[in-house]
Ligand binder design. Structure first.
Ligand SMILES: Nc1nc2c(c(=O)[nH]1)N[C@H]1C(S)=C(S)[C@@H](COP(=O)(O)O)O[C@H]1N2
Ligand SMILES: [Mo]
Length: 318
């Protein structure tokens, strides 16, 4: 019995269940179906960040996890980025990530799980159950933003594969395609970009897999078509454009840890009291603000996540 839905059967089911909210396939959405652009843009491949208005996703539920803090603008969020595969300047991802081809998007699932293999984005993400979550994103470079993500809880995706008791960690990798990603020519990091979470962190209800923001599909620069958002950790844990999910027994190495193990720990929980990095971590500048503000432990999500680290010395496990 197939647990994971294939694209075709799912379309039929959706049309039967909610005829009034006609489901558009992701490819149709990307190609501007319904905007009269379908014919002009029809092609075998979708390139992220094409210069036309992206239609809005249907969103089932909205939750604000940033209190009364103001949202950053769509422009800020899509033009001031870290995505080193496209270059190390903040403006590079917006300049070059339109070359990223995101459909089809096969994802390899490997390791300690009952179900492994190659899956499509539509196998992983239930596009009829998208949520909006407003989260703070705190970069280790001491700036932050407030972003209205669209996506699904990471736990729901991982559970589909039935990880076994041997799966203690989950490891993720980003696409590494030299033709599409000019930044790969630089050796600033060991490619592919890789990240990991302890299984209980990955299963925590705040851990999120985003496919959009501000109601629209992600642009390449933000990690299209699917990227992690782990709001209580530094931004670099929120790996973009994921092509591999691997259930492993031992704590995996991450790209930033390999680059500088004394600066970038595996846990990388936002912690104003630990500043091993180049930047002091006590304060941060919200993009758009002039004055800095205090950085909060766990980026303000301590009430929800602190219990994951009970008994751990967070200066040692940074
Ligand atoms: N593959 C990949 N993922 C990545 C990065 C990267 O360079 N490559 N940068 C990280 C860093 S340092 C941050 S702060 C966030 C930035 O996400 P945003 O550009 O969508 O705000 O993405 C993270 N994910
Ligand atoms: Mo970052």
């Amino acid at each position: 019995m197939m647990l994971l839905k294939n694209r075709k059967s799912w379309h039929i089911a959706e049309n039967q269940v909610t005829p009034e909210r006609l489901y558009l396939s992701r490819r149709q959405i990307m190609q501007g179906f319904g905007l009269g652009l379908g014919a002009a843009l029809a092609g075998p491949l979708f390139r992220a960040g094409a210069a036309y208005a992206l239609p809005n996703f249907g969103i089932a539920k909205k939750t604000n996890y940033a209190g009364d803090e103001e949202l950053n603008s769509y422009k800020d969020i899509t033009s001031y980025n870290n995505f080193y595969e496209f270059g190390v300047e903040k403006s590079d991802p917006a300049k070059y990530a339109h070359a990223l081809i995101t459909d089809p998007w096969p994802v390899e699932v490997t390791g300690h799980a009952e179900r492994t293999g190659t899956y499509s984005l539509e196998d992983l993400i239930d596009f009829n159950a998208l949520e909006e979550r407003i989260y703070r994103l705190r970069c280790v470079e001491a700036w932050s933003m407030v972003i209205p993500w669209v996506g699904v809880p990471l736990a729901g995706i991982l559970k589909k594969f039935e990880p076994t008791s041997k799966a203690k960690f989950v490891r993720f990798e980003t696409l590494a395609n030299r033709a599409q990603m000019p930044g790969l020519r630089s050796r600033v990091l060991d490619w592919p970009y890789r990240e990991g979470l302890r299984m209980d962190e990955a299963m925590h209800p705040l851990a999120f897999m985003a496919v959009g923001l501000y109601g629209k599909p992600l642009l390449g620069q933000n990690g299209a078509p699917m990227r992690l958002v782990v709001p209580w950790k530094y931004g670099f844990k929120s790996i973009k454009s994921i092509v591999s999910i691997n259930f492993v027994e031992n704590q995996p190495q991450t790209s930033w840890e390999m680059q500088n193990p004394s600066w970038y720990g595996f846990y990388s929980n936002v912690n104003p009291n630990v500043s091993r990095q180049r930047w002091s971590q006590g304060r941060e500048r919200r993009i758009g603000d002039f004055f800095k503000r205090k950085t909060l432990m766990f980026n303000g999500y301590g009430d929800q996540v602190a219990s994951l680290y009970a008994g751990m010395d967070l200066a040692k496990y940074f």
